[in-house]
Design a protein around this ligand. Structure first.
Ligand code: C5P
Length: 396
């Protein structure tokens, strides 16, 4: 989504300005053209040379200086921008924008642009929580500005509180989401499940599996970046929460089924990337089971099959982790669970399946089409699956 997009990155005078270098670097590496605009005070925290070197673009700081490329820079940048991001945004720039003051390059660009504007505040907790700042943010929000954060954590003062710049991943996720708004899944409601469910045995133990959740999270992010309204229902994972996605945390298969039923009541597509436990303990011990006996027998009962049992008229995509007869077994599953697509992967392949960032899958559709993909990143696999979902949605 970021490739070939023009992103105006506004940097203002907060200590967190140094983090903007990381944002600029990630956006540039993803193929975006990053035009950095710095306020006078931002240049006291980080130099234009740093940002210019990262982006290979001339950094603009002065409203009254013509650049070789743009003869009226703020208008040219305002028009060229696919999105304007101010990170970090101080209380001062937020107040100026709320009042329509345009007395420097950055505020002029913001006032002149028709592109979406993302603001990531960073300041002391007192400044952030001051009703003046909150009113200004609410005013900008009501005018369509997208506010990211701020986060709770350690501040420059050494105090812990609100006011910290949102995590870089969250800011970049929001940029992706905003840029994807008019993409091929715009307005579609997609429910994605991820991770391995955990079935409790007693208050401290559970039966789990090796799913990392990476495939499901990649699916959710890819759908978000293509404009979908995404609900991610996730079992516990160690992955950061994707920005711009509605997240429900669950632990067990039964909880996942309930969450899926609720979320799909208004959905166009369900993508079941979660590794759902097939069995759960028949009863959960109320107290921690003591190791008194040499052996312990657990009685297990089947969990609900979510894909089969959840009712509704939406596209259903399942996954089949197989270790033998991959395509034949996946096909059977597609029939049995009445799926539109099934994504089969061979879990005996070390680059594919659990825990890794890559996957080698075969996508099988109801009409019999079989598409074997090469080894790809999970994000690339997600986009291939979504290409097929887009085709199916168009036929409905
Ligand atoms: O039958 P199997 O577990 O191999 O099927 C895998 C597919 O079915 C996956 O998409 C998985 O998320 C889904 N599933 C389910 N409910 C279960 C078990 C698996 O929806 N109880």
């Amino acid at each position: 989504m970021l490739a070939n997009k023009t992103i105006v990155l506004g940097i203002t005078g907060s200590l967190a300005a140094y983090k903007a270098a990381n944002i600029a670097s990630k956006l540039t590496q993803a193929g975006a053209r990053v035009e950095v605009v710095m306020t006078e005070s931002a240049t006291k925290f980080i130099t234009p040379l740093t940002l210019g070197s990262i982006t290979s673009r001339l950094v603009v700081t002065n409203l009254f200086e013509l650049t070789p490329e743009f003869n009226v820079p703020h208008i040219a940048l305002a028009e060229a921008a696919d999105v304007v991001v101010i990170a970090p945004a101080t209380a001062s720039v937020i107040a100026k924008l709320a009042a329509g003051i345009s007395d420097d390059m950055l505020t002029c660009t913001v006032l002149a642009t028709k592109a979406p504007i993302i603001i990531a505040p960073a300041m002391s907790a007192n400044m952030f929580q001051n009703p003046i700042t909150q009113d200004n943010l609410a005013k900008l929000n009501a005018r369509g500005f997208i506010i990211v954060g701020s986060a709770y954590g350690r501040l420059a003062s050494g105090k812990i509180g609100l006011g910290r710049l949102a995590e870089i991943e969250k800011i970049i996720g929001t940029i992706n989401q905003v840029l994807g708004r008019s993409s091929d899944l715009a307005g579609k409601r997609i429910v994605v499940t991820a991770g391995g469910t955990q079935e409790p045995i007693d208050p401290v133990r559970h039966i789990g599996n090796r799913s990392s959740g990476k495939m499901g999270y990649a699916m959710a992010e890819a759908a978000r970046d293509r404009g979908a309204e995404v609900k991610l229902i996730t079992a516990p994972t160690s992955l950061p929460e994707p920005a711009g996605v509605n997240i429900t945390h669950i632990e067990t298969a039964t909880q996942m089924k309930k969450a899926v039923a609720e979320a799909t009541a208004q959905a166009d597509t369900l993508i079941m990337a979660a590794a759902v436990a097939d069995y759960q303990p028949k009863s959960i011990a109320k107290a921690k089971i003591k190791k008194k006996t040499p052996t312990l027998t657990l009685e297990l009962v089947r969990t609900p099959d979510i894909l089969t049992e959840v009712k509704g008229d939406f596209i259903r995509v399942g996954f089949a982790a197989e270790s033998e007869d991959v395509v034949a077994n996946a096909r059977q599953k597609l029939e049995k669970k009445k799926l539109d697509l099934i994504v089969a992967n061979d879990i005996t392949d070390k680059d594919s399946g659990f825990g890794v960032d890559t996957n080698k899958v075969t996508i099988i559709s109801r009409d019999g089409k079989v598409e074997s993909l090469p080894l790809l990143t999970k994000r690339e696999v997600a986009d291939k699956i979504l290409d097929r979902v887009v085709e199916l949605l168009a036929k409905r």
